[in-house]
Ligand binder design. Structure first.
Ligand SMILES: Cc1cc2nc3c(=O)[nH]c(=O)nc-3n(C[C@H](O)[C@H](O)[C@H](O)COP(=O)(O)OP(=O)(O)OC[C@H]3O[C@@H](n4cnc5c(N)ncnc54)[C@H](O)[C@@H]3O)c2cc1C
Length: 448
């Protein structure tokens, strides 16, 4: 991805047909960026239908259209040169106690859904590091949290409703549609506009969170699986210096008898006695409560609280998924680049994710460890370091996060997905004219 494509300027690519206001509200603004403002969308045509009928009309009338969630992706995956459609008005949430599911409109964010579920006695199996993202957008890109037994967030999807390129409404479910369903959950925005998602839920639970400081990487050689398995969800943070994780965040489900007292040491790392932010020196005010204090699952599984800015704010992100049994060797490989990485890095996070069956998932048929980089907003430098990281991780068949920054050649990326051909068949079936295909998909899935 070069800088020209990455830092798109607004106002130069105002294309697309002039569309009637009769079928959906269209908003125009000169400067529309993603959450971190590293990307300006290439169109100022944004449709915001209020009903499924309005959406169907919008889809029928646009020759090119891309669904937009809460704009948290760092690359051009949600971008369009012509038209985007936001389903922010689709905010319904319906709990089905008999089937242990909740059906949410595509505009619903995890931060809206979680308190609603908890209030009704239910929970999701996992959450990402922040609650601000939409369910539909997160599932489209295989967004994940951590936990050796936890699949990414899209593995909770039991059914979905989509409007396909012809304007038809289709319903797909795990039970009825087997293979086809596995191809449409992590859809990369290409199959259609998702209007509703049905998620599996479970009885609500409490989680306590503790943080340990300074865990030597040498323990990961023999105990990587034990360390990631020491809690329900475990994250290791590192700046790649001193062969160590600066912080280990362990989130544990609280059992009936209450949270057990945390040990003062964990593989030689010391228990923190104050709340910490993953970025040394940042206030922990916007982080979820630590120190072993039990709380609702949704106030502990994300690192960042709903009403605060997550992470650093002005930042870039990249992430690569490797098979977990090769995790330690992958860490050593990246560590060789530490002096290229650290000057441009806020922090790296290592997480574990269980294998799944979703064709375009970054964890497809692989128990995975994800190596994440929160970069300073220094794209010129970061884009030079990324190819070096990708080269070091090539022996581990590292798959890049669909919504974050990578520089891997399309042919290499395509070789990492054995079901890509089947996914492309679904694209041509549901979207024969390529209405939902944007530059990101054309380059990465169809380019050489
Ligand atoms: C601070 C921060 C922290 C993050 N933490 C994590 C993390 O912990 N784990 C992780 O895996 N990722 C993380 N991410 C990345 C984030 O989860 C993904 O970018 C996710 O896709 C964002 O969802 P969104 O709603 O913002 O979607 P957008 O960025 O708006 O869109 C993403 C994709 O979803 C598609 N899409 C959106 N809505 C629909 C719809 N209704 N129908 C069809 N397609 C649709 C878009 O077309 C696009 O392809 C983080 C990002 C930020 C900014």
């Amino acid at each position: 991805m070069d800088k020209r494509r990455f830092l798109k300027t607004s106002g130069t690519l105002i294309t697309g047909s002039v569309l009637s206001r009769m079928f959906a509200e269209e908003r125009r603004s000169a400067h529309r960026t993603n959450w971190s403002s590293n990307l300006t969308y290439s169109t100022d045509h944004l449709y915001e239908p209020k009903t499924i009928e309005e959406l169907q009309q919008t889809v029928k009338r646009c020759s090119k259209l891309r669904a937009l969630g809460t704009r948290h992706s760092f690359n051009g995956i949600a971008d369009s040169r012509e038209n985007q459609v936001s389903l922010a008005n689709f905010g319904e949430m319906t709990l089905d106690r008999a089937n242990h599911t909740v059906t949410v409109g595509a505009g619903v964010r995890y931060g809206d859904l979680a308190p609603y579920l908890d209030h009704n006695g239910y929970a999701l199996h996992n959450l990402a590091s922040l609650p601000h993202i939409s369910v539909a957008g997160a599932c489209a890109t295989a967004t994940h949290g951590s936990g050796i037994k936890n699949g990414n967030l899209s593995t909770a999807v039991a059914a979905a409703e989509l409007v396909t390129a012809s304007g038809e409404v289709i319903h797909l479910s795990r039970e009825r549609d087997a293979d086809r369903f596995h191809g449409t959950v992590v859809n990369l925005g290409g199959i259609g506009v998702v209007t509703k998602v049905t998620l599996l839920v479970q009885p609500t639970y409490k989680v306590s969170q503790v943080v340990y400081q300074n865990l030597s990487f040498s323990h990961l050689e023999k105990h990587l699986e034990d360390i990631f398995g020491s809690g329900y969800s475990v994250s290791l943070f590192t700046d790649w210096q001193n062969h160590q994780a600066t912080q280990v965040w362990i989130k544990s489900r609280v059992q009936a008898g209450g949270a057990s007292k945390p040990a003062p040491e964990f593989y030689g790392a010391r228990l923190a006695t104050t709340n910490l932010h993953p970025l040394t020196g940042h206030s922990a005010e916007n982080c979820t409560e630590q120190l072993g204090v039990p709380g609702p699952w949704y106030e502990r599984l994300p690192h960042f609280r709903m009403n605060f800015t997550p992470s650093s704010g002005a930042e870039l992100q990249s992430e690569f998924f490797v098979p977990r049994d090769k995790g330690y060797r992958a860490i050593l490989a990246v560590e060789q680049l530490r002096d290229f990485i650290t000057p441009h890095l806020f922090i790296t996070e290592l997480r574990a994710i269980a294998a799944d069956k979703l064709w375009m998932s970054t964890c497809y048929e692989r128990d995975s460890m994800a190596i994440h980089f929160t970069w300073k907003p220094e794209w010129d430098a970061v884009k030079k370091v990324l190819p070096m990281i990708e080269e070091k991780l090539a022996p581990f068949e590292a798959r890049p996060h669909w919504a974050k920054l990578f520089t891997m050649p399309p042919s290499r990326l395509q070789s990492l997905y054995s079901k890509l051909g089947a996914y492309k068949d679904l694209l041509s079936q549901y979207d024969p004219s390529g209405k939902f295909r944007n530059e990101f998909l054309n380059t990465n899935l169809f380019g050489a």
